[in-house]
Design a protein. Structure first.
Length: 232
């Protein structure tokens, strides 16, 4: 082999190694803990009644960037998408008061952001907070108890059984349950009933379907711990 050919061969072998050296794996995903810092959510519904819809909080304002970063320190590029929620009367003892049923344009919100990943994506992760009832605490507690019972019964039905979990007060609220271990929590605290869901395809969360349970255990439960202490 000529000296020139040997030089070309050496260059061809070195090029892929140089390119490989330029790429690097994403940093390990970091998980933190809830640090509530936002304002108190102080709904004041009428006794034995629901809060009028025009007084509902904007769900996109109930969780700050800093509160999300406390749970996921590497989160970047936050965006918020409001989610419409339709409210019906859930008090069988009385007719709904004017203004307490209908659509709430921002009754829920999807918080989208990016986390470290081998494949770049600006928004590869999300958390969704949805208010499903804001009313007198006794009404909310009764509504939650019915939902808890229904979820427990549904978990045992069908071909694919769900792993229902009653979390009780372990997340710092009056009650929470998981319809399945891979689902987000449904909770109630004082005059609020709400759901937390979401997903991530970021490296470090794990492969599907384990990633759903990991996201629920490490992120969504911490969102509940962030919101619960601020609900009065």
């Amino acid at each position: 082999m000529s000296r020139l050919n040997r030089w070309y061969l050496a260059l061809a072998l070195a090029a892929p190694l140089a390119l490989a050296g330029c790429s690097s794996a994403p940093p390990p995903l970091e998980f933190g803990a809830a640090k509530p810092s936002g304002p108190e959510l102080a709904a004041r519904p009428a006794a034995n009644g629901s809060l009028t819809l025009d007084q509902w909080p904007n769900a996109c304002e109930v969780l700050s960037d800093d509160e999300i970063r406390a749970i996921l320190p590497q989160a970047t590029g936050f965006e918020r998408d409001p989610v419409k929620v339709t409210i019906i009367n859930f008090n069988p003892l009385s007719e709904s008061a004017p203004g307490t049923t209908g659509d709430v344009p921002a009754g829920g919100c999807e918080f989208r952001f990016g986390l470290p990943s081998e494949y770049e994506s600006e928004h590869n992760s999300s958390v969704k907070v949805t208010f499903t009832a804001i009313a007198d605490a006794a009404l909310v507690e009764r509504n939650y108890a019915e939902d808890l019972k229904d979820a427990r019964e549904r978990a045992g039905e069908g071909t694919y059984k769900k792993e229902f979990r009653d979390l009780g007060t372990s997340l710092g609220t009056d009650g929470c349950f998981l319809p399945d271990v891979s689902d987000g929590p449904t909770c109630h605290q004082g005059p609020y009933q709400f759901e937390v869901s979401g997903m991530s395809t970021a490296d470090g969360v794990g492969e599907y379907p384990a990633s759903k349970q990991n996201w629920s255990e490490k992120v969504l439960t911490e969102v509940v711990r962030t919101l619960g202490p601020r609900m009065r």
